[in-house]
Ligand binder design. Sequence first.
Ligand SMILES: Cc1cc2nc3c(=O)[nH]c(=O)nc-3n(C[C@H](O)[C@H](O)[C@H](O)COP(=O)(O)OP(=O)(O)OC[C@H]3O[C@@H](n4cnc5c(N)ncnc54)[C@H](O)[C@@H]3O)c2cc1C
Length: 438
Amino acid sequence: MADDQGHVVAVVGAGPAGLFATRALANAGCRVLLLNRDIKPGGLAEYGIFLDKYKMKGGLRRQFHKILSDPRITYLGHVPVGPDGPLTVEQLLGLGFDALVFAHGAQGTKYLGVEGERLPGVYHAKDLVYHYNRLPPFAEREFPMGRRVAIVGVGNVMVDIANYCAHYCDCDEIIAVARRGPFEKAYEDKEFEDVEDAFDRELYRQELERIRPRLEAVGQNPDELTKALGARPEPAERTSARLRFRFLASPKRVVAENGRVIGLDVEETRLERTGDRINAVGTGEISRIPCDTVVFAVGDRVDPRFGLPYKDGLYVTTPNAEQDPGAAYEVWDPESKRPLTGVFVVGWSRRASDGVVGRARLDAETSALGPLRPASKNTSSRAMRRCSTFSAPRTPRVSCRTEAAAPPPPRRLRRGSSAPRGPASRARRALRSAAESA
Ligand SMILES: Cc1cc2nc3c(=O)[nH]c(=O)nc-3n(C[C@H](O)[C@H](O)[C@H](O)COP(=O)(O)OP(=O)(O)OC[C@H]3O[C@@H](n4cnc5c(N)ncnc54)[C@H](O)[C@@H]3O)c2cc1C
C-alpha cells in the first residue's frame, strides 16, 4: 500500500488499457481505484475477442486476475461513469484524485450516413460481437441472422463476423463489401485462416477479373493476388456457407420491403492514388447486392456524450505533445486552452478502434507516465483522505471464470444469459462514504 506521499489515481474502464495502466501505476506505488461499466473486467478482451479463442482469452484473464489481486488496487464493477451512470465525469473530477485515467474504450457507434442503416436486420458489429460474447444486455437481445449476410468493411472484425456467420449461424452466403480494392484490405492473413473453410476461391478470382481494369489503372496487379492464393493450402474441410468479396463498392442504401432487408445498394468506385494513399471515388453507377442482413464492421468512435472535451471523433488531448509521452495523453480543455491537469485518456478512448491488445498495453504503460509526473501530484493528501474508505480487499472482488470460458454451443448460440444486478448500489455507497469522510 502506498504511504501518505503516494498518488491516488482513479482509472475508468477495466479493458486491457485500463488494467495495464492500473498495473503500471500500482507498481509505481500508487493506490488505484478502478471503476468499470461491466461487472467482469477485460473489456473487449473478454467481450470482443472471438468466442472460441480460448487460449488467448484464458491467458489474458489470468493476467487480469493477477493485476486485480494487488492489494493497492480496488476494483468496482458495474459502475458506468458518465451522464447515464451513478457518477459523472464532473463528479469524479471533484473527488480530488491525484490523477484520473480514462480507459473506457470506444463506446460510440460510427454511422456512415447510409439510408436504412438503422432498419431491423441491420447491425453494428460491436453490438453483435457483444451479443455472441454474452455481454449483458446485448446477450439478451435477439440478433437474428439471415441466410445472405453483407458485411461492410474488410478488417479483422469483418473476419470475426464472417466466422460467426459461417460457423455459428445458418448462413448460405457471406459477402464482404469494400469501398476500395483487395490491396487495401485491413484484415490480417493469420486472422483470415479462421474463415478459409468458407472462402470461395473461384468467386474471388472472378471478382479480381471483374475489377482488373480499375486495379491496373493505379498500377496494381491482380495476378499477384491470384498467385498468392494458389500458394495457400486448400482447407481440408469446407463449411456450407460461402464467403465472397465485393470490392470497389460504396454502400449507399439498405433496401427493405415490408420491413425486411432485401439488399444493399452500392455505388461502384474507381481507385485514385494520392501520394501513398489509395482513395475510392464514386462512379455514379449503382448496383444491388441481394442480402437479408447487413452488418457494419467499420470501426467505432468514442462516446461524445461522455463528459470529456470532444472534437472530430476524439477526446481532445494536449496539442503538439508528441515529444512528451505523458502529456500526449493528457486531456486538453479547448475553451481555456490549457490541459486538464492530471486527466488522461488511453487505449481505444484515445484512438478508437486502433490496434490490438498489445497496442493497448503499450499505450497504457506509456500513458501511466503522465499521472506519475510531479506536476500531477497536486491534491495528494486531500485525495488520500477522500479515498481512505477504499480499503483494498485482500482478494479481488471479481471472478475471472466467465460464461465464455465454457465451450460454445454448437452452431447456434444459446440466448438469454442473465444480467447480474446490484453492485452499482454498492459502488454508490462506497463513493458516498468516501466523499463524506473527506
Ligand atoms: C470484435 C473484436 C475482436 C478483437 N479481437 C482481438 C484479438 O483477437 N486479439 C487482440 O489482440 N485484439 C483484439 N481486438 C482488439 C482489442 O480488443 C482492443 O485492442 C482492446 O480491447 C482495447 O482496449 P481498451 O481497454 O482501450 O478498450 P476496451 O477493451 O473497449 O475496454 C473498455 C472498458 O471500459 C469499460 N467502460 C466502458 N464505458 C464505461 C463507462 N462509461 N464507465 C466505466 N467503464 C466503462 C468497459 O466495461 C470495458 O471494460 C478485438 C476487438 C474487437 C472489437
